[in-house]
Design a binder for this molecule. Structure first.
Ligand code: JFZ
Length: 479
């Protein structure tokens, strides 16, 4: 008995000790997260249901397509100005040739709609500083090209008309502005210059929100410079100003740092702003990597090309690859955003058009497994991914088992599947009860008829008796 008490005492010490270690730190912060957990308003709920988005990188770099005087720049095409072989003057005068006569915003929007995209993120200004809208605050804009017309307005109008939400990409880095600095200003001269850059950045953002009030969010980039990070208080105030100006505005975690220079997640581990923007060309392995946050994954078709590069090198992703990434993202409560890099004339390259068509064809049949669905706590199996909504579990199959049996493991106390059918033809298929395992999960097999032939990933809808439980546990774990 005495021994038992002693063991209990030791055990409780251990438990409390571990708890103390894992408890969240609590650094008093003025410019960290202003909210714990995800937003719950209608605008954010709408964003959360998008599933698939389109990214567009377009600017004067598209004229070069990754080449300067027959020399191929191996990096990301939109970065060519930073290449030692690229004369800066020549780059900074490219806009005088920008005349995308084939640009047809309505055709782009139709194509995005056909692909199944629910939102678009469009580059208003990349690191080079060239503005695709006629900004009053610089001459380095579309208004001073032979083309002249406002590209951002055409995009906003055409996509909005298709029912596709518009988010504007905006780079803080601006290689064209005289006051831009990457390092924290040390001299008086640098400080004055940087102040002018800050005012310019603010003016441009206010200008964008005022000129295009239909937009839903700002997708910031190029915010990693020490100079910008050092301005935590000012950037925080700017964010609040933008939100006041545009209620419902959605801003990701790549806009500002806290006062200790922590980005994305603040010094207490809380997400800064509305969604986690760290999943760039990368997907989480598991829900634990996500800390319960809303998030997006932005993805290139080749390895790392955003702007137009006339020669894609290396592996180019197929629609199968991209669909799998999208489903994986959605199965973990994320949005998947596929990048397009139109050429200098405004044409979407044929490889991208083909992918948009193939993804769209798949979405026409299977999008109900994507839109408005969320993570399922039904244990993932190697054949693919689950998404869920109401009393529906979507089995998104990417790896068909040789024995044609799709294993399902429903945790103890979970839902009961009653009916399984293919989304593509509504044909019902058999569910076998396969008993329970040691964890007391209920096991089932959904049978793929041997006669079923396909060269595409496919979705089987599993109807359950009760509504599937929403995942709340990760959110709660943060509080
Ligand atoms: C940035 C840009 O430099 C790039 O040109 C493109 O616009 C992309 C969407 O964003 O590139 C990044 C930014 C952040 C990371 C990687 C590339 N990151 O955090 O891993």
């Amino acid at each position: 008995m005495k021994n038992n008490f002693y063991t209990l005492f030791l055990l409780s010490l251990l438990v409390f000790g571990v708890q103390a270690q894992t408890r969240r730190t609590s650094v008093p912060l003025q410019h960290g997260a202003h909210r714990i957990g995800n937003r719950t308003d209608v605008d954010m709920e709408r964003w959360r249901q998008h599933g698939l988005g389109q990214f567009i990188h377009w600017g004067v770099y598209a004229i070069l397509g990754g080449f300067w005087e027959d020399k191929c720049y191996p990096g990301a095409a939109e970065w060519i100005r930073s290449w030692k072989e690229m004369p800066k003057d020549a780059y900074d005068n490219l806009y005088k040739q920008f005349n995308p006569i084939s640009f047809d915003a309505k055709a782009w929007a139709r194509q995005a709609k056909q692909m199944g995209a629910n939102y678009v993120i469009f580059t208003t200004k990349h690191h080079d500083g060239f503005c695709l809208w006629p900004s009053r605050y610089t001459d380095y804009t579309i208004a001073h090209t032979p083309y002249r017309k406002d590209v951002v307005k055409q995009i906003v109008d055409a996509y909005t008309a298709e029912g596709i939400d518009v988010h504007l990409y905006f780079s803080i880095i601006d290689w064209n502005h005289k006051g831009y600095r990457s390092a924290v200003p040390e001299t008086r001269q640098d400080s004055i210059a940087y102040e002018s850059f800050k005012a310019f950045t603010r003016n441009q953002l206010v200008e964008l929100l005022t000129a295009y009030p239909e937009i839903k969010g700002l997708w910031f980039d190029g915010s990693w410079d020490k100079a910008w990070i050092n301005e935590a208080a000012w950037v925080d105030a700017l964010g609040l100003e933008l939100r006041n100006l545009h209620p419902g505005l959605i801003i990701g975690s790549r806009f500002r740092a806290d006062e200790y220079g922590k980005r994305h997640y603040d010094s207490n581990g809380d997400l800064i702003d509305d969604y986690d923007q760290t999943w760039e060309r990368d997907l989480p392995d598991s829900m634990e990597d996500l800390h319960g946050s809303d998030w997006d994954c932005v993805m290139t078709v080749p390895e790392n090309q955003w702007g137009y590069h006339s020669e894609w090198k290396g592996y180019v992703k197929t629609s199968y690859d991209l669909l799998e990434m999208m489903v994986k993202a959605v199965s973990m409560n994320g949005n998947f955003v596929l990048n397009f890099g139109p050429d200098g004339k405004g044409n979407i390259r044929s490889e991208e058009a083909k992918l948009a068509k193939e993804i769209g064809d798949w979405m026409k049949i299977n999008s109900e497994a994507i839109y408005g669905t969320s993570h399922s706590n039904v244990r993932k199996q190697d054949w693919g991914y689950f998404t869920q909504k109401g009393n529906k579990l979507y089995m998104c199959v990417f790896n068909r088992p040789i024995n044609n049996l799709l294993k399902i493991e429903i945790p103890k106390g979970g839902v009961k599947p009653v009916k399984a059918y293919f989304l593509e033809d509504n044909k019902e298929t058999e569910i076998q009860n396969a008993g329970k395992n040691k964890r007391n999960s209920s096991l089932y097999h959904v049978v793929i008829p041997a006669s079923y032939k396909t060269d595409h990933p496919f979705v089987i809808l599993l109807e359950t008796k009760e509504n599937v439980k929403e995942e709340g546990e990760y959110q709660q774990a943060k509080i």
